[in-house]
Structures are given as C-alpha cells and as structure tokens.
Design a protein around this ligand. Structure first.
Ligand code: 5AD
Ligand code: SF4
Length: 444
C-alpha cells in the first residue's frame, strides 16, 4: 500500500492557520504525508472562515471544484472544518449542496480527526457530520506540524466574550478559555530547544488572558513576563489586543522587556463614537486616542497597526469623516480595511439603515488611499536607521532578494550574503522605503 497523502487549504486568520498546523500534525501521526497538490491527495481538508461573506463564497467555490476529483477517485476523502461549519445554516447548505463532502467537524472537536477518519475509512458509504456546539475543553499536547522552523504560533486562549455587534467569532469559537500558564511556558521552552526564535501568542483578545483561570492573579502582562524570564525565546509578538482591555501594566511590561517586539495591533474598527457604540466596542473615539497617546509616550518607536470596517449600518458621511480624522491623527503604520459584511445571527445583521454598496466602496477606496500615504511616510522615516532583522529567507516574489522582519514587524528586503541564513539575526541600515516594504543594506 502506498503512503496516504493529505492536502489542507486554509482560509482566515492566524488562529485557523495554526489550527491547520495541528490538523497536519494529527494526520502525520496517523502516517499521512503532505501532498504537493489537491490532485495527488487521498484526503483533502478545507479549514474555513466565516468572518466575512467573501471568505464563505470562496470556500463554496473551492468545494464545488472538488467534485471532479471525487468523480475520478471515489476513495478520496473530502473534509470541511473550521468556523463556517459551526453555523447551522452553512452546515445544512454543505450537507445538501455538496454530497461529495465526506467529513465535517467543527472548531471544538478537531482533536477527533484521527478517530473520524478511521470511521470514514471503515464505512465507505457513510458521511460523518460531527460538529460540537458547546465550548470545547482545551486539549493539550496535540501534535503540531509547524510551517516555519524559526517562527511559531502559540495559542494562549480560545474564544471571545466581547460580542462586537458585527462579529460572528463569539458564536463559532465559544467563550473565552485560557490555557494554563505552565502549558504555554512549557510549549515555548520546547520550541526554543527546537530552534524557534520568535513566537506569536494568539487569542481573539489576549488582554483578557487569565481572567477565567482558577488562580485569580493572572494577567496577560504577567504571562509575558513569565515567558520572557523562563523560556529563552528571542522575540515575542502577540495578537489581537482589544483597546478596552489594554492595561498600563501591559504598557509597562512592554517597556521593561526588550524581547517583546515594538509592534501593537490594536483594531479600532471605526472613528465615530456613535458607530463604535452601535458596534458594541465599549470605547469612544477620545478614549482610543488617549490610549494611543499613552502608548506612544511610553514606548518609543512602537509601530501601530489596526483593523477598520467601513459602511457599518447607520454610518453617515460625518461618521466616516471621524474615521479619516482618527486615521490621520494616529498615523497607523498599516491598516487592514474591510467593507462591513452582514453575518446572520449577529445583532448588526438586523440593524436598519444599511449603507449602499457603492458608497461603501467609495469610502473604502478613500480610506485606503489616505492610509497608504501615511504608511509610505512612516516607512520613509526609517531611512538611515539601523534595524535588527530576523531573516525569513528568499522573498516570495523575487528569490534574488531576501526578506526579514524588524521588531516593528516591518518587512525589509536585502541582498543575500553567504553567511546569512534563514532564522538568523542580522543588522541592516534602511536605505529605501515603499508603502509595504523597506530596503536594507546589511551591516558588518
Ligand atoms: N464585516 C467586516 N469585517 C469584519 N470583521 C469582523 N467581522 C466583520 C464583518 N462582519 C473584521 C474586523 C476584525 C477583523 C478580523 O475582521 O475588523 O478586527
Ligand atoms: Fe470579534 Fe470583537 Fe471578539 Fe474581535 S473582540 S473576535 S471583533 S467579537
């Protein structure tokens, strides 16, 4: 018998990217090896996202395309998992519209994958749809096949309690559950032994880490201090921070610990206090600005990025102007910008006064133009400075040029030299700047 091969397609956020690393680890522990394309796979998994409608539409397109592969090879196992299938309407749609899908499981039971595959293999005629709707327990010690030997994602908590009115995540990922600090520190220690230089701690709102733990005096800042002190990791990043919960203790901790990277991703979502209230974000424009001032005043050189949604129901021209005004005042290094996408089951999906699509698109274009100008200006300010980079390796677009990341998470291109290796640290002097990248000259 030949060794079975798997192929995983991932949509969505870093949490999903990391879940796919766990799925790959589970499959490899069953004897599967990775396939280089869907066509040569015996098992195809699609790890889905439902945060916006276009992610779902792309997924449905992909599932449709898999029919021809199933027709050619009836033994092929096609599985769908992730956030999308946690929604009953989407689950039914998959069941009815795509009879060639053999296996569906959700975000709370991905540890069951080996058992579910064994059941499918034993009973070739059956389909298995197993989605748990409760908040899953935390399963420690699952095997992980990491994509990058030097940089690792480490989940510190699952779920979200915030219920922003537009967001589906709390419904598909459940309530907040923090991992035990010892488990996180232990995992990072093992990663360091394996040569990992940088970890990114993941959670929907890392700032509420520990609030649900039985020992009461945990905080995210304390977790960062433990990791910095007890693991030997060279660089620590984290995402995502909710502005309402970002504490002074966290700011002080970032100042104190040089291995915490000088970058904060702090989604603002909108610049109008009225819209922020409709979004249930629990802060005003002024409170956000005050927080940004506190961060900038205390952490010199910090880079700030954000997420912004335009065209939320009821967003008037003057509300959008507030967003532009905030963007110009804060001068983010970069922003992920989205058109509001109604999600069934969220409060915003039933709000009146939708913004016409044409207006949403105009606002998005306008916002991106202004943000890109700011990003370029901010990048130009790095010209002449020295930066330490963690080397990624050859750039995806042009392998003649190599890429690395600075502490501020800036993507820096440079000319490779024989002694420079992926996973190593180098110093560069910044010599050029574009909107999304910098150019560096290697020093020493
Ligand atoms: N429509 C558009 N953007 C959304 N996001 C979350 N839900 C929606 C939605 N319904 C964006 C937010 C969040 C990012 C991950 O996705 O900006 O921070
Ligand atoms: Fe969604 Fe808000 Fe939770 Fe982020 S904090 S995952 S936007 S509900």
């Amino acid at each position: 018998m030949t060794t079975p091969k798997y192929y995983i397609t991932t949509f969505g956020c870093q949490m999903n990217v990391h879940d796919s690393e766990v799925l790959a680890g589970l499959l490899e522990s069953m004897g599967y090896i990775s396939a280089s394309s869907c066509e040569e796979a015996d098992l195809i998994l699609m790890n889905t996202c439902c945060v916006r409608e276009n992610a779902e539409n792309r997924t449905f397109g992909h599932i449709g395309n898999l029919k021809s592969l199933k027709d050619k090879n009836p033994d092929l196992i096609i599985g769908i998992c992730g956030c999308m299938v946690q929604q009953p309407t989407e689950l039914e749609k998959i069941r009815i519209t795509f009879p060639w899908v053999d296996l569906v499981f959700g975000t709370h039971n991905l540890h069951q994958l080996p058992e579910l595959i064994s059941r499918i293999r034993e009973d070739k005629s059956g389909r298995i749809f197993e989605v748990w709707d409760c908040d899953g327990a935390i399963y420690e010690g699952l095997p992980v096949k990491r994509d990058n030997p030097f940089k690792a994602w480490v989940t510190i908590m699952y779920g979200c309690n915030n219920f922003c009115s537009y967001c589906i995540v709390p419904y598909v990922r459940g309530r907040e559950r923090s991992r035990q600090p010892e488990a996180i520190v232990g995992e990072i220690r093992d990663l360091v032994k394996d040569g990992v230089q940088e970890v990114t701690l993941l959670g929907q709102n890392v700032n509420s880490y520990g609030l649900d733990l039985p020992e009461t005096n945990w905080s995210f800042a304390r977790l960062l201090r433990e990791i910095a002190k007890n693991t030997g990791i060279r660089r620590i990043r984290f995402q995502t921070s909710h502005p309402k919960d970002l504490s002074n203790e966290l700011i002080e901790t970032i100042v104190e610990i040089p291995t915490i990277c000088r970058h904060l991703h702090l989604p603002v979502q909108a610049g109008s206090t009225r819209v922020l209230e409709l979004m249930n974000r629990c802060y005003s424009k002024e409170q956000y600005q005050e927080l940004i001032d506190r961060i900038k005043n205390n952490i010199p050189g910090i880079a700030l990025t954000t997420d912004i949604i335009v065209g939320f129901p009821g967003e008037r021209e003057e509300d959008f102007r507030d967003t532009l005004d905030l963007v110009k005042q804060v001068r983010f290094d970069g922003a992920f910008t989205f058109i509001y996408s109604p999600r069934i089951g969220t409060p915003a999906a039933n709000m009146s006064d939708p913004v016409p699509e044409i207006e949403q698109k105009l606002r998005l274009t306008n916002l991106i133009k202004i943000q890109n100008e700011i990003s370029l200006e901010k990048n130009k300010a790095y010209i002449g400075t020295l930066q330490e980079l963690l080397v990624d390796g050859p750039s995806e677009k042009n392998p003649q040029v190599w890429a690395g990341r600075s502490s501020q998470n800036k993507l820096v291109h440079f000319k490779p030299a024989p002694r420079i290796k992926p996973g190593g640290f180098i110093n560069v002097r910044i010599a050029g700047a574009q909107t999304f990248t910098l150019e560096g000259e290697v020093i020493g």
